[in-house]
Write a protein that binds this ligand. Structure first.
Ligand code: ATP
Ligand code: MG
Length: 392
């Protein structure tokens, strides 16, 4: 029924030169999203808008779903394009549009005509009135409401007559590719995939690092993280995932450091390794799913100790969210079901019963000195163990 989609985006960020960067990134992301589904789509831009034209068969729901995963789109409007003819043809076309698109004919409406093609013989104001009258005649249940209409009927006269009255909310945010790259520490839990999603929503391209501890953690635990990466990638675009073998570092920490400091020391080595790959790939920051007070390793004191080993800024988008809020987002973006699968995580295997909740940096650094004879080799081995998986 619709052969075109009009994509509206926020204009607030679109000053000067940024506009092209933003629009081109958005086009690239729309093309990426549509390339994953069946159909022949052409994306083009014209006057602060993007149009997706669909030729031949395509599935409406699937296409809308794909567009609903693209950051930067504020509204998705399915459009019907009619060949241009005389004013009578236009009126007839609009009546048949309402007939077909709006099942119930008992709404209030207002017509918004726009004549971009100035040689068309009827001007916008005349179209507004004329079409309004024709619709009132054709459908007795309709009423005009110029202040607060339920249906805004847009009629744009261009090379063709474009008609739309449905606006579907998009995700908003900024198109991926407009804000540089970030390195997500991706575990199998609920929080880190949500953290990655939220940062990608601001236009950041994602890479990720996952630490596993074979044979203590299984292939299935690793596959779970890859699946989470793939799910986030539906929004963010492809994610390059570094899978790092963390077993020997963890064992050394376990054997040589105080039990109550295990998690915090482990987290500090994770950050250093993730930062190594981040810097190698020009990422501008690290991203974690940490949240103040959620567990002992996420008190403000603990976060200070973690930050102290990194040069890059650490972004923690869910820092102030309650678990329920994080779970709600996880459900919405489709990571929840995977995150709650019960596979072991390397952090949960080597944990202390009573972890320190207010670690002091000087104390932690002193404990890490116990590792000084082995850690350089172990870090080197961990970096060399890396396996790269593309999540897309
Ligand atoms: P999540 O639900 O994301 O696993 P969590 O509540 O279980 O978080 P922690 O296990 O303390 O919290 O981890 C805090 C953050 O550290 C995670 O959000 C993630 O960014 C990072 N992290 C933890 N474990 C790993 C891992 N095995 N690989 C990569 N990153 C990890
Ligand atoms: Mg976790």
């Amino acid at each position: 029924m619709f052969n075109t989609f009009l994509l509206k985006y926020g204009e607030i960020f679109l000053k000067g030169k940024n506009r092209y960067v933003f629009e081109d990134a958005l086009i690239a992301q729309v093309e990426r999203a549509l390339s994953a589904i069946e159909g022949d789509f052409r994306v083009s831009k014209s006057q602060s808008r993007l149009y997706v034209e669909c030729s031949g068969d395509y599935d409406y729901e699937t296409t809308v779903d794909a567009l609903k995963k693209v950051f930067g789109i504020v509204y998705i409007c399915p459009v019907r394009a009619y060949e241009k003819g005389d004013y009578d043809k236009l009126k007839k076309d609009i009546v048949s549009y309402i007939e077909e698109v709006h099942e119930k004919k008992d709404f209030t409406f207002k017509v918004f005509a726009k004549r971009a093609f100035k040689t068309y013989p009827v001007n916008s104001q005349e179209i507004n009135c004329g079409v309004g009258e024709v619709l009132l005649d054709a459908f007795p249940g309709l009423k005009v409401d110029v202040h607060n209409p339920e249906v805004k009927l847009h009629i744009e006269v261009r090379e063709k007559i474009y008609v739309y009255s449905i606006s579907i909310r998009g995700l908003g945010g900024m198109p991926v590719g407009t804000a540089g790259k970030g390195m997500l520490l991706l575990s199998g839990g609920l929080d880190s995939p949500v953290a990655g999603y939220l940062i990608a929503k601001r236009g950041v391209t994602l890479e990720a690092t996952y630490f596993h501890a074979p044979p203590y953690t299984s292939e299935r635990a690793k596959q779970k993280v890859i699946d989470l990466g793939k799910q986030v990638a539906k929004y963010s675009g492809p994610i390059k995932l570094y899978v790092v073998n963390f077993t020997d570092i963890q064992k050394a920490i376990y054997q040589l450091c105080p039990q109550d400091e295990l998690t915090i020391i482990m987290r500090r080595y994770m950050m250093q390794i993730a930062e190594h790959f981040a810097k190698a790939d020009d990422c501008l920051g690290l991203i974690t799913g940490e949240c103040i007070g959620q567990v002992a390793s996420q008190t403000m004191q603990s976060l200070n100790c973690t930050n102290a080993v990194c040069d890059l800024p650490v972004y923690r988008p869910v820092i102030a969210f309650d678990k329920q809020e994080i779970m709600d987002i996880a459900e919405r973006i489709g990571t929840y079901e995977t995150s709650i699968l019960p596979y072991e995580d390397c952090c949960t295997i080597f944990v202390a019963e009573h972890p320190v909740t207010k670690p002091r940096l000087d104390v932690i650094e002193k404990s890490e000195e116990n590792l000084k004879d082995v850690i350089d080799d172990l870090m080197k081995q961990a970096l060399e163990s890396v396996e790269v998986v593309m999540c897309e």
